[in-house]
Design a binder for this molecule. Sequence first.
Ligand SMILES: Cc1cc2nc3c(=O)[nH]c(=O)nc-3n(C[C@H](O)[C@H](O)[C@H](O)COP(=O)(O)O)c2cc1C
Length: 190
Amino acid sequence: MHINDIIKNRRSIFPKMYTGQPVSDDIIKQLLENANWAPSHRHTEPWRFKVYTGEALARLGDKLAELYQRYTPAEKFQERKHKKIAQKPRQSSHMIAICMQRDPEESVPEWEEMCAVACAVQNIWLTAASYNVGGYWSSPGLIKREELREFLGLKPDEQCMGFFYVGHYDGAMPMSKRQPIEDKTEWVRT
Ligand SMILES: Cc1cc2nc3c(=O)[nH]c(=O)nc-3n(C[C@H](O)[C@H](O)[C@H](O)COP(=O)(O)O)c2cc1C
């Protein structure tokens, strides 16, 4: 596939669409290898990943559901959502915690480190699309919670920027659309 097609055909594919067939660890390693070729200012390479699979997915799902229950005010709590949060990791083949390690020298601003991690995630996402493997980036508000940091084993200078869910999927690719790039671009020639 040409890169233009991979970029255009990359979609968010959610756990409810996954078949349950495991994605091979070799593909996951290739996603991560390509993540590692993302650009970073001053070569800080701030991306860090924690890969959950097998029984660890249920533990992660239970932790996310527990924290949703603990931190959602009673009037906003929905049992349906609580169940879904616990179920999504179980429906996935792998989940990758997307983390950023701050450069100890703080040689570049934090936003640049976050951008570098986002570039790495796009590499993961495009590589998954090229293998016809589904994935999506989830960024729940809970990622800042201390209990989740502990669960993930984050060091003080690391932060979690969300989870990348991975699974084989069936059926048609969901539709997505964009407003024309011409509306978002200004060319300056003189
Ligand atoms: C930084 C980031 C965080 C995201 N967080 C979520 C999320 O928490 N929940 C969700 O359903 N989608 C999330 N997404 C996926 C977007 O909703 C999705 O990319 C967008 O709807 C466009 O659809 P597409 O990826 O199929 O083109 C996130 C995407 C990015 C880049």
